[in-house]
Design a protein around this ligand. Structure first.
Ligand code: GAL
Length: 418
């Protein structure tokens, strides 16, 4: 009799425990989240995500520790200082791919989230192709909140029309269009500080060498010393000649503003620029137009913002509550239409997204997908920073041969090229 009631009691306990695991209790206290979303569009997207978190966890206070500076240039330096002082926030923004696996996981700084994936059924709704980029040895290390496209050419439709310039699709077309615009006194291509030139370089590299060689360069199966890379650097240098002279002093959004104002015709930027254009009151195809960056039609150069659970997070339960919202359908449907990205989840309602974002969804599903360098997919921090140093030198001395030689060395130092 006693034994029966013990078994019954254990069964009830098991049911209760299972219920606790699936229906997460609203969390309380505070959760400090670290990102670099401070510009128009990206900050608004974050605010929308926070709103969903607030409504699901009314007693949880979101501490927004965003540090300004696109692509995380400043934020990631601040984060590194905090991590070396054993002072992690509760969660931080990290890119899927080598930034995550080859940097934070390699340094033992973040925790596996397999239980969270299990309890939320995320393996059924996150793209199968994304999971390997956030996993190592069967452990999944982050919660992707979106998919961004890096290789987008944004333009001011009025500026193109008034100069009788068609939207270019090849690099040669782009250079011809840029000549016409420059002769008319319009800056052809708006660019900003150094990371935006790395962003430009990766799209020109892809547009020059194509997807197979581009992937091979990051996998050690294509030749950084070869003629295709030489050609890419040459194309890059020609295109740089059509950028604004104050580029190094502008943030990515200030460069996008030149296009809004009609002072520049184009900018090549990830689709967070779409969030910026919309935050500035423009609508797709009226205030701004888009096309794949020159030479990259049919290719989707992607990146994904994701959030992590640090080792030693001060408020792990609150962090888990935030991550749960970041991975949820309601969280992603609130965040992405404003951010200028599409959901990482595959079950968001397309009707919530505008014309540009619906086109991005179609392309994400049908194009050849490759990863971004500047935004953490294809190279870890060490490799990327070596490329960044070489790029900085190239921007000041214009020595193409030295730049290419440094790219060769960076690949071999990374252990990828023999
Ligand atoms: C990227 C990030 C985007 C956007 C952009 C500009 O690295 O993935 O979400 O924030 O920087 O800040």
């Amino acid at each position: 009799m006693q034994r029966k009631s013990l078994i019954a009691g254990l069964a009830v306990l098991a049911v209760l425990l299972a219920a606790c695991q699936t229906a997460a209790e609203p969390a309380a206290g505070e959760v400090e989240v670290f990102s670099w979303w401070t510009a128009g569009g990206e900050a608004d997207g974050l605010a929308a995500l926070i709103q969903v978190m607030d409504s699901e966890n009314p007693d949880l206070q979101f501490v927004n520790s965003a540090v300004a500076g696109g692509a995380g240039t400043n934020a990631r330096a601040v984060l590194a200082t905090r991590l070396s002082a054993d002072d992690p926030p509760d969660s931080w923004q990290g890119h899927a791919g080598q930034e995550l696996i080859g940097t934070y996981v390699a340094a033992g700084e973040i925790q596996p989230l397999n239980d969270l994936y299990e309890s939320n059924g995320w393996l059924d709704v996150m793209p199968e192709t994304l999971i390997p980029l956030i996993s190592q040895d069967g452990n999944i290390y982050s919660v992707p909140v979106n998919i961004h496209r890096a290789n987008v050419l944004w333009y001011n439709p009025e500026v193109l029309a008034s100069n009788s310039v068609a939207v270019p699709s090849t690099i040669a077309d782009f250079i011809a269009a840029a000549e016409t615009l420059q002769a008319a006194g319009v800056t052809p291509l708006a660019m900003g500080e150094q990371w935006t030139s790395m962003h430009l370089f990766e799209t020109v590299l892809l547009g020059t060498v194509g997807a197979e060689t581009y992937n091979g360069l990051w996998a050690g199966t294509a030749d950084w010393a070869g003629p295709e890379v030489t050609q890419a650097i040459d194309n890059f240098s020609q295109i740089l000649a059509y950028t604004n002279s104050d580029a190094s002093t502008l943030s990515w959004d200030k460069a996008a503003q030149l296009v809004i104002d009609g002072d520049a015709a184009f900018t090549i930027m990830g689709d967070w620029a779409e969030g910026y254009f919309k935050a500035a009151g423009l609508s797709p195809m009226e205030g701004f137009g888009w096309a794949p960056a020159p030479g990259t039609a049919g290719l989707f150069q992607f990146l994904s913002d994701s959030f992590v659970l640090p080792v030693g997070a001060p408020h792990p339960e609150a962090a888990t509550a935030f991550l749960t919202v970041a991975g949820s359908k309601s969280g992603q449907e609130a965040f992405n239409p404003i951010k200028g990205s599409i959901c990482a989840r595959t079950d968001c309602d397309p009707a919530l997204f505008d014309e540009y974002l619906q086109s991005a969804m179609d392309d994400w599903a049908s194009n050849t997908v490759v990863g971004s360098l500047t935004h953490g997919v294809v190279a870890n921090d060490n490799w990327k920073s070596q490329i960044d140093t070489a790029l900085g030198l190239y921007l000041s001395d214009g020595d193409a041969a030295a730049f290419q030689a440094a790219l060769v060395t960076a690949c071999s130092d990374a252990g990828t090229c023999g």
